[in-house]
Design a protein around this ligand. Sequence first.
Ligand code: UD1
Length: 421
Amino acid sequence: MYKFVIEGGIPLKGEVAVSGSKNAALPILCSSILSDGICRYTNIPRLKDIDTIIKLLSILGVEIKMDENNVVSVNPGRIKAFEAPYELVKSMRASILILGPLLARYKQAKVSLPGGCAIGVRPIDLHLKALIKMGADIDVSHGYVLAKTSGLKGERIIFDKPTVGGTENIMMAATLAKGTTVIEGAAREPEIKDLADALNGMGARIEGAGESTVVIEGVDSLSGVEHRVIPDRIEAGTFMAAAAITGGLVEIKGVNVNHLAAVVEKLKEMGVGIVEKGDASVYVDGRGGVGPIDVETAPYPGFPTDMQAQIMALACVANGASSITENIFENRFMHVPELMRMGAQLEEKGNTVLVKGISRLQGASVMATDLRASASLVLAGLNAKGRTELRRIYHLERGYEDLDGKLRMLGAGIERQVGGI
Ligand code: UD1
């Protein structure tokens, strides 16, 4: 196992390039099995979660490979297996995104239930309800979803709450269904629009992706596609917070700032200087220190739950009292006790954390618990006086490409070392 050893207190300086979006790449790679032709995807991030989805597609019989330029080529062929096994699904919940494409193209699928996970129960009932309405027979037994259909048909699907994965699964299934599917109450995340762009490039007929009503007209078949994945807005937001928490000055490149409007607004309210430079670059100036903030997570375009832990780390060293409320997942405060070990003054009250800002955190041994919680502990370590050891960084490596390397390029004192449990 690896750990990060961080010597805090160095203001970050320089420029950093953002990788492709993990949460766009995962559904897009799953969507390749809907196609009859060769698909070529660029700007795929080099991550553990991407390795997992590539492994899953290989198990199904898809020819897939990633080259050194972060390009993934897929020859979906005719696949021979239809099962997403527990070993893969348990390590990455997004494996459930194979369900819609398998059912639509091959009329059958067996996918392990994702089960509980560190940040809450995270059911898939909305995915299943919608697929049943579209004509799937679904049986959940022995920890697996067994699904088959004589052919999916277009339907009106109303989601009671916006679900990113649910919207993606149904959108993919609907591309090859008979007739028109209308999704109401759809999630509006940029990753959904990116998936729709990739599917439309294959010949799908999707309108309204990125809005709350999405209309998909089913087609008979889909062809190959060449598609470039959007930048990772959460990675970009994490680097913004890193610049701010170290009092640094960083240029973040290859970012789509429109996707980060809610994060930029909150950081500006905290007093962080953020100036866009052209289309895809932004300067983040944390040299003036940070003030307190009230944040509530919400579905896009609201403040992302995937940035909640990072903004909390920043609020820990704000000049005043902040309040951070988590509205999407019920157990997403696992970074709280770890941040407290580093001297943070936090009080958890239901789904809100009250933060009393202090001037600086202290280095300590802490444990990564989930992907974004780990990112907040790296940020805390970059600020802290003294040495921080962050163990279980495999959580981080699921979702950040070369985080320590990129931070070192900005001058941070961070090393990846063998050790820790
Ligand atoms: C995706 C993102 C994840 C992000 C989350 C919310 C990927 C691979 N992951 O996760 O990083 O934190 O969106 O922005 O893109 N729900 C149900 N029933 C369902 C489905 C969801 O009750 O069938 C609930 C969930 O428990 C949660 C809320 O809906 O409370 C939103 O979940 P959802 O948008 O589906 O998250 P994911 O797609 O799993």
